[in-house]
Design a protein around this ligand. Structure first.
Ligand code: ZN
Length: 246
């Protein structure tokens, strides 16, 4: 969402629910809005990333501690090897970015056919791009300013996702610039591969372990769970799952 759109929605809410908005006003905008986060979330506004880890751990949470650690280690190891292998294959096939990023760039490229560069200055990389907005089957022209040097487009997508929106793509084709110059390095397969290149050393036979000299931990019987039935194994809840009462 664009910053002015967010402010307009907040103003509308302020008129109707002043108490609610005065509560929201206490939380800095960069903490909860994509429009003001300076692109730090890369478009992530949910806990889906944590859910992926939860799904890796699913089924092993009721295991004793040593088996639990061993399972997490083995699953993470398998996950890293599988992903690194997939990325290496893609790099050998001369892919530059993951499939979902390529699909998004293609979608924006198709949309850029509706856009044209209205105003530009050779000295200053600031452009006005006209796009067509469709509302109830009618099309309306709308202008967005693109500041290439600042990685900014008025639509908000470029700075939020660090990927070229349709307006940036039309500017690139107008000036024969490579669109991939404006894709953040974090999306390149070379960089993603670095995340999965961690070495997993095998846990050797226990007889070869060095002698443990740390403290010994014993379970506290008072803290033992006495709830009837099996614990839920669907997912690990976090504080975001619990809504604030009233
Ligand atoms: Zn844009």
């Amino acid at each position: 969402m664009k910053q002015p759109t967010l402010q307009a929605k907040l103003s509308a809410m302020r008129a109707e629910f002043p108490q609610a908005v005065s509560w929201i006003d206490q939380i800095p905008l960069e903490k909860w809005t994509q429009a003001y986060d300076g692109g730090k979330r890369y478009g992530h506004m949910t806990t889906n990333l944590a859910e992926s880890i939860n799904s890796v751990l699913k089924g092993s949470r009721s295991l004793p501690i040593c088996a639990l650690v061993k399972t997490i280690f083995e699953r993470t190891n398998a996950w890293f090897v599988e992903r690194a292998t997939k990325i290496q294959c893609m790099l050998r096939a001369e892919h530059q970015f993951p499939d979902d990023i390529v699909a998004l760039l293609r979608k924006n490229e198709a949309q850029s056919a509706m856009c044209h560069v209205q105003r530009y200055d050779r000295e200053n990389p600031v452009f006005d791009v006209q796009d067509m907005l469709t509302i109830e089957h009618r099309r309306y022209p709308i202008t967005y300013t693109v500041k290439l040097n600042e990685w900014w487009c008025d639509c908000g997508e470029f700075q939020a996702l660090h990927l070229p929106c349709s307006h940036v793509i039309v500017v690139c084709s107008f000036f024969h610039l490579r669109v991939t110059t404006f894709v953040a390095p974090v999306y390149s397969l070379h960089n993603i591969l670095k995340a999965y290149e961690v070495q997993f050393n095998p846990v050797r036979n226990q007889d070869y372990w060095s002698t443990y000299t740390g403290p010994n931990f014993l379970p506290d019987s008072i803290m033992r769970r006495h709830q009837p039935g099996r614990p839920s194994t669907q997912r690990i809840r976090n504080e975001m799952d619990d809504s604030i009462p009233k």
